[in-house]
Write a protein that binds this ligand. Sequence first.
Ligand code: PLP
Length: 414
Amino acid sequence: MLDPLLFGEIDPPQRLLMGPGPVNAHPRVLRAMSADLLGQFDPEMTGYMNQVMALYRPVFGTQNRWTMLIDGTARAAIEASLVSLIQPGETALVINFGRFGLLLQEILLRIGARFETVDAPWGEVVPAEAIRAAAKRVQPRLICTVHGDTSTTMAQPLDDIGVIAREVGALVYVDATATLGGMEIAADRWGADVITGGLQKCLGGPSGSAPITVSDAAAQAIFARRHDEKGIRAANAVDGVGPRIPSNYFDLAMIMDYWSEKRLNHHTEATTMLYGARECARVALGEGLDARFRRHQAAGAAMSAGLRAMGLTLFGDDAHRMANVTGVYIPQGVDGEAVRAMMREQFEIEIGTAFGPLIGKIWRLGAMGYNAMKHKVLITLAALEACLAAQGVALPLGAAVPAALAAWDEVMAA
Ligand SMILES: Cc1ncc(COP(=O)(O)O)c(C=O)c1O
């Protein structure tokens, strides 16, 4: 008999994760993660680290030497970036249009940095001219923004961000957790100094490893704060002139030294996550980034068209929707949580709830990474239609799936 204290073997239900992330991981990624472990400085392992650097450069749209992984969920890379880029008392400008703009502010607050915000209401993005005016007024050391904010499903245009930052001598930080691998990320063209991501959205992996890219200008500023910890510093190590970065784990100067030929023994790289991150990038580049962006665009267009065909109203500004997450108003009189429960219990499909002012008002439906597939969008729409009908909503039965199919095909044919 099984000892009850051992519980059972992990055997989760086969849920289709169609929320704002995490999503189901690509099987190739899961297979890569079952490979045997290596020692941290084994030449095979450091070889894999170098491959990861090479693989993520095109994913970020950059030539940046410093392109690597932070061990931790996406938030770990956000925190590593901010704690390494800005000093207590320096001023940042936060482009704020949702929950994750609030997260940037929360981390800056803990660092002891000053910050000002340039805001848009939830469901909109911040116009470039408003960012320029705020940057001129605030004269920040750092401009921080989210690319796609899953809380509002909006994608902030970033074409002008680098130009604006150079006008005031600022560096730029971008949280692209939710869009990396699904919408174009153009670190070099945008002139963004540091961009971070996560695996559990468009890259189709599990959460727990966060890709990051750092420009030479940002690396120079970070290395100026280099203070290697006593137990691992080389005899000839020279400290930077700037103040010590007030986090050991998230000290990008030491992390970059670990990812360089110095191989500073900072942390033990999360081998299994690195295998997964490496495979995520191989899957993305193997598909081709343009094809992948188009697939996400088709999935988003199909989801939107299907929801509209049901008679539902989408949340937010049509012109700035993320390709991969769609917000939709919960119809009047419908218990949103009862529908989510029925989706999960009867159809094994997860859709997302919402945050802050949108709690109880919208659902968020995602189609990204391995789940940005035609059949998964169609199955989700058909299931939602059945759940709404069960709640007594009068809706044009059978309209959503053909509308979604047509929208998918239109994007793919364009
Ligand atoms: C835009 C954005 N930033 C950051 C995060 C935080 O990611 P994690 O939960 O992996 O730390 C998320 C997760 O939903 C996100 O959507």
